[in-house]
Write a protein that binds this ligand. Structure first.
Ligand code: ADP
Ligand code: TRP
Length: 348
């Protein structure tokens, strides 16, 4: 029997009766610890139990006008990083957004039911408009609509993302509800945010004292980062002048270091430094050294795999091709239903 047919056949059986999970990341730079712990870690854990779609949101990244070379290398990097983190193309559908034109078609339809006021009020739009005042393009405004199209075209039930995406997800639910109501249909299930372990959506802090770790914030530790660079970045992290009373509440920069430590270090290590802090005996230099080593222990094997995979263009091309085929099949099914509901089917 044709082996391709064989594996495709089992893939279909395997996916049957499973709830659908979908998530994406823009190819705007190296993946960092925030991306990993906020999103990719859940992807890896979910891929065996759900019908998963994980993609690279290259159309979304056009809002910041990358050069063609940056776009190409960004897509390749995230694809290699997804694989290096353990997303398995035999289990999950890994694809590139622009390989699935059905998404852009659904985006056009959903745009007709998205209103200027609600789009302008979105926090991420307001933030981006402030960050790039010379480039407040319509794609930025309708960013949540394209994201809703990504999610709804595969009828996703769950969307594992970090806390910063909560509002965009809320918009996707709103657009789905509105469409279903308007056409008196149930074509779109309502997508829910998801964290694998049932805890709150995670926010990984940066090393600069406040806020979240982010590519554009310039405070990120990348999975691909060289160990020397990690040590340098961690040792430079913002702290304070140290506790002056026992059990004193931690300031935000210090709390952030502990939050990172809770993510990458053992519970014993965290307890040890917590105790030192509470006794006012902590030396932040020691804490940082330990934190840097624990981050390196975590990222080093991933980095090695990224380096290997980046060298294998034919494997990357095969994964992208396989993913595009599966994603298009699922997307065109939904798109046909949507077109029928809207009234595009002709009877002449
Ligand atoms: P960035 O904010 O660095 O540009 P993206 O916006 O591309 O990253 O985010 C990709 C995914 O990673 C999203 O699901 C997002 O919620 C998650 N994510 C990004 N930064 C963090 C963070 N600091 N903590 C938790 N999750 C994060
Ligand atoms: N907006 C997401 C981000 O900036 C990326 C994204 C695009 C996405 N489409 C999506 C995430 C659909 C989840 C589902 O990180």
């Amino acid at each position: 029997m044709n082996p391709y047919f064989c594996s495709d056949f089992y893939f279909r059986i395997y996916k049957m009766n499973k709830l659908t999970v979908l998530s994406g990341i823009r190819p705007t730079g190296y993946l960092h610890l925030g991306n990993y712990f906020g999103a990719v870690r859940s992807f890896v854990k979910m891929q065996s139990d759900y019908n998963c779609f994980f993609f690279i949101a290259d159309i979304h990244s056009l809002t910041t006008h990358p050069t063609p070379e940056n776009l190409q290398s960004g897509v390749k990097q995230v694809l290699a990083e997804y694989l290096a983190c353990g997303i398995d193309p035999e289990k999950a559908t890994i694809f590139i957004q622009s390989d699935v034109p059905e998404v852009s078609e659904l985006y056009a339809f959903l745009n007709m039911n998205a209103y200027l006021g609600e789009l302008e009020r979105t926090t991420s739009f307001k933030e981006k408009a402030r960050q790039q005042p010379d480039n407040v393009n319509a794609g930025l405004l309708t960013y949540p609509v394209l994201m809703a199209a990504d999610i709804l075209i595969h009828k996703a039930n769950f969307v594992p993302v970090g806390k910063d995406q909560e509002q965009n997800l809320e918009m996707a639910r709103k657009f789905a509800t509105r469409f279903n109501y308007m056409y008196n249909t149930e074509v779109f299930p309502l997508p829910k945010p998801y964290t694998f372990d049932g805890k709150d959506m995670i926010k990984v802090p940066g090393l600069d004292g406040s806020g979240k770790m982010g590519k554009s914030e310039g405070n990120a530790i990348n999975l691909y980062e060289d160990p020397k660079e990690i040590r340098k970045k961690v040792m430079r992290a913002v702290t304070d002048s140290g506790p002056t009373e026992p059990n004193q509440q931690k300031t935000e920069p210090v709390e952030n270091l502990f939050t990172l430590m809770k993510i990458v270090s053992t519970a014993d290590t965290v307890a040890h430094f917590d105790e030192l802090y509470n006794k006012c005996e902590i030396r932040y230099g020691d804490l940082k050294k330990q934190l840097a080593e624990d981050i390196i222990a975590f990222t080093a094997p991933i980095r090695e795999r990224i380096i290997d995979i980046l060298q294998d263009d034919s494997y990357l091309a095969k994964v992208a091709r396989m993913g595009a085929e599966k994603a298009r099949e699922s997307a065109s099914k939904t798109l046909n239903e949507v077109k029928e509901v809207i009234g595009f089917r002709r009877f002449f």
